[in-house]
Design a protein around this ligand. Structure first.
Ligand code: PLP
Length: 399
C-alpha cells in the first residue's frame, strides 16, 4: 500500500478512488461538513484520544483477547485463531465506533443520538453509549428485524432508548437507514446521526474505520506476541464492512491474505443473498457510491441473509477500492454453512458466535481443511446469544 495510506484514503471529498463521496441534499451536506470538521479538529486532540483510550480499557474491557482454537484446529487442520470481539462490552465490535461517535457528540454539545439498526447490535451499542454519556437515543429498526431480534429490542429499551419500528418496504436494514436519515434531518442542531458501519456519506466510512482500527492494531500485536509470526490468512464477515476493515486495516502492508466473507443466503441468484462485493455493480445508495446489488433500474435490490446484520445491498467504499486493487478477496458462505459453523464453534470451543460471525468461522473451517499448514485469524465480530431462540426454532438442535 502507499505510504500514508490512512491519510490518502479517503481524499478530502471522501473518495476511496471512485467509491464513497457524498451524494446527499444540500441541507444534509451542511451537517455532514460540520461533523467532518469537528471530527478532524476534535478527534485528533490529545484530550479526545486519552478519554477514548480510557473508555476502551476500563469500560469496554479492551484489549479483547486473541484465542487459539485447540479442538477446532485439531479436527480440521490448520491453526485457527479468534479475535474475540464477542467479549467486547455489549457482545460485538460495534461499541468500538459507537463510543467514538458518542464521544464526538458529547464534544459537539449534542443531546440526542439517532441511528438505524439491523440485527439490533448497533442499536444496543449506541443505546449503551448514550446511557454512558447521558444522551437521548432514538433507534430505527425494521419490523421484520424487531420480530427476529427480540432480545436486542428489549435491551435497547432497558438502556433507555426509543425503538421506532419501520414498516415500509422490506422492513429491514435498508428502510431503517432511510427512516433514520429523515429523522436526523428534522433536528440536526440537537441531534447527531451515528451510522452503524463503514457506509453512508463522507465522513462516516472514514470515521467508523478509524474507530474500528483498534481491532486490527491489537490483533496484530497479540498474534505476533503469541506466535512470533503474522497470520497467513485473516477472515472476517462483511455486512457494511466495519469489523472486517477494522481488523484488515492493520495488515494491509503485510504478506497476509485478507478474505471478506459475504452472506450467500439461500443461493446466488438476486434476492436470495447479500453478497455485494462479490456480485454488485457500482451504484449509489444512502449517499455514497459503492458496489451495489441492484435491479435493472439501478435501484438497490432486495437482499437476504439468515444474519440480519449482513443483509445490506451496499458495502463500504474502502472495501470496493481494496477489492479493485486485489488486496481483499471476497467469498460467500450459505445460510446452511453458517448454521453448521454456529453449532460447530459452540460445541468444539464453548463459544456461541453471532450468526454474522459464524459466516467467517465457516470459511475458516473450509480453509483449514485445504490449508493444513496455514494460520488463520478470524475476527469473531460478536456473540450469538441474540440468535439462540431463532436458530433453535428454525433449524432445531443438531442430531
Ligand atoms: C453488525 C454486525 C456485523 C456486520 O457489520 P459490519 O459493519 O460488516 O462489521 C457483523 N457481526 C456482528 C456481530 C454484527 O453485529
Amino acid at each position: 500500500m502507499e505510504k500514508d495510506y490512512f491519510k490518502t484514503y479517503p481524499n478530502k471529498e471522501g473518495f476511496f478512488k471512485e467509491y464513497g463521496g457524498s451524494f446527499i441534499p444540500d441541507e444534509l451536506q451542511k451537517e455532514m461538513n460540520k461533523i467532518n470538521d469537528a471530527y478532524y479538529s476534535i478527534s485528533k486532540s490529545h484530550k479526545f484520544i486519552s478519554e477514548l483510550r480510557s473508555i476502551r480499557k476500563h469500560y469496554q474491557g479492551r484489549p479483547t483477547p486473541v484465542y487459539y482454537c485447540n479442538r477446532l484446529s485439531e479436527k480440521y487442520g490448520g491453526r485457527i485463531y479468534l479475535k474475540r470481539e464477542d467479549l467486547n462490552h455489549t457482545g460485538a465490535h460495534k461499541l468500538n465506533h459507537c463510543m467514538g461517535e458518542a464521544l464526538l457528540a458529547k464534544y459537539l454539545g449534542k443531546k440526542k443520538l439517532i441511528a438505524e439498526t439491523g440485527a439490533g447490535q448497533h442499536g444496543v451499542a449506541l443505546a449503551t453509549a448514550a446511557a454512558y454519556f447521558g444522551l437521548e437515543c432514538e433507534i430505527y429498526m425494521g419490523e421484520v428485524d424487531i420480530a427476529k431480534e427480540h432480545p436486542n429490542v428489549i435491551r435497547m429499551q432497558i438502556l433507555g432508548a426509543k425503538v421506532v419500528p419501520v414498516t415500509h418496504g422490506l422492513k429491514t436494514l435498508k428502510e431503517a437507514v432511510d427512516s433514520a436519515f429523515e429523522a436526523y434531518l428534522k433536528d440536526p442542531i440537537n441531534s447527531i446521526y451515528c451510522i452503524g458501519s463503514v457506509v453512508g456519506p463522507h465522513p462516516f466510512p472514514m470515521m467508523v474505520r478509524d474507530f474500528q482500527r483498534i481491532v486490527g492494531i491489537e490483533a496484530r500485536e497479540q498474534f505476533l506476541e503469541m506466535t512470533g509470526e503474522l497470520p497467513d490468512k485473516i477472515v472476517a464477515c462483511v455486512g457494511g464492512g466495519s469489523n472486517s476493515i477494522g481488523i484488515f486495516s492493520a495488515f494491509l502492508d503485510d504478506p497476509c491474505e485478507l478474505i471478506g466473507v459475504e452472506p450467500g443466503g439461500l443461493g446466488l441468484t438476486l434476492g436470495k443473498h447479500a453478497a455485494t462485493a462479490c456480485f454488485g455493480k457500482p451504484g449509489l445508495i444512502h449517499g455514497f457510491k459503492c458496489y451495489l446489488l441492484q435491479d435493472e433500474k439501478g435501484n438497490p435490490a432486495p437482499v437476504y441473509s439468515v444474519a440480519s446484520g449482513l443483509d445490506y445491498p451496499g458495502v463500504g467504499p474502502e472495501h470496493c477500492m481494496l477489492k479493485d486493487m486485489n488486496r481483499i478477496k471476497y467469498v460467500t458462505i450459505s445460510d446452511k454453512e453458517c448454521i453448521d459453523a454456529f453449532y460447530e464453534l459452540s460445541r468444539m470451543e464453548g463459544i456461541i458466535p453471532a450468526l454474522e460471525s459464524a459466516h467467517a468461522v465457516a470459511h475458516a473451517i473450509k480453509l483449514a481443511k485445504t490449508n493444513p499448514h496455514s494460520s488463520i485469524l478470524v475476527n469473531l465480530s460478536g456473540r450469538g446469544d441474540k440468535d439462540i431462540d431463532f436458530v433453535v426454532d428454525k433449524y432445531g438442535l443438531p442430531k
